[in-house]
Design a protein around this ligand. Sequence first.
Ligand code: PLP
Length: 395
Amino acid sequence: MSDQNPVFIPGPTNIPDRLLSAMHVQTRDHRAPDFVETFAPVLEDTKKVFATTTGKVITFPSSGTGGWEAAVTNTLSPGDKVLVARYGMFSHRWIDLCQRHGLDVQIIECPWGSGAPVDRFESALAADTGHEIKAVLVTHNETATGVKSDIAGVRSAMNAASHPALLMVDCVSSLASMDFQMDTWQVDIAVSGSQKGFMLATGMAILCVSPKALAAMETAKLPRIFFDFRDMMKANASGGFPYTPPLQLIYGMRESLKMLFEEGLDNVYARHFRLAEGVRRAVDAWGLKLVAQSPDLYSDTVSAIYVPEGFDSNALTAHAFDAYGVSFGIGLGEMNGKAFRIGHLGSLTDVMVLSGLATIEMAMADLDYPVKLGSGVAAAQEYFRTSRAPAAKAA
Ligand code: PLP
């Protein structure tokens, strides 16, 4: 029964029973006075996850991609220049979205497996003395390669160049799993979604917008209707929605926030680090290599792992699913066929991760990979056994 196994894809993530129950609510009238009491605190509490006091949380019925579109169309005008580095499938897709909106996209090409190139951002911004660049777009956690980028570094590069561009950050696969600091990093728009760190069903884009981005909204000319921040904020101000809200997800979000705060955000981040480190120990014991080029880039939510020369990662993920009923992430874009991904985010424990490692080991052994059965599991067991911090026990 494969539906009883956890998934090891990097989102959508496993939904804890507590959140399934929270979303199991009968239709209620979203125009009734009690909707305000449910929804307003959700918006307020979500600010804590973004680590902001000055930002405004805005949600749309959508997925992360809709969040990208909302960020861009609410603050920019046709022909505006944006600066983006391409180092994986998701930074690539955000670039594509900008180009299709008629923006002038200045692309910094980087090898997949590297992260946002802070020094190259700084040179590009310093060279832009006329301040043509209106926004810098950065994918915090490149889910295709398992690479985390240094957003504080990008902000420092922008400040060093005294550049006034907006800083937009995709935190779809990092928020509520890895440390994110909207105010400290002076992020202008952060884009996330319900189906990863929040452990919910897909269907809600979750954004946080700075006062500077809200000022840019006043003059932005890209067309937006469904994703217009102004309509959403006006309706939210009186406790409502400009159209029918995803009610069940909002109930789920309320409970998800409770779960995150009960565990404590720092403990959530520490748990994700520990789970990721257990996976990394296993990868090392297998003699395989991560796509992420260096430890400072390692993502705590997803590991992309090269298969040995002569093997096809698609055959591995297909076999793991067919033989054992467990899903792992396929290699995306340039990584297709070359790497598979283990998602280790959301509602996961050490024991669940061990089951995933044991499964992929069996699949590799079945396909004659030069990997010793049990080696990765043993390395992760040893790490989990010896590294448990008392605060992380609640996970
Ligand atoms: N950005 C990143 C980093 C992602 O991982 C994803 C999805 O996996 C997206 C954007 C797109 O989000 P969605 O699939 O929810 O539209």
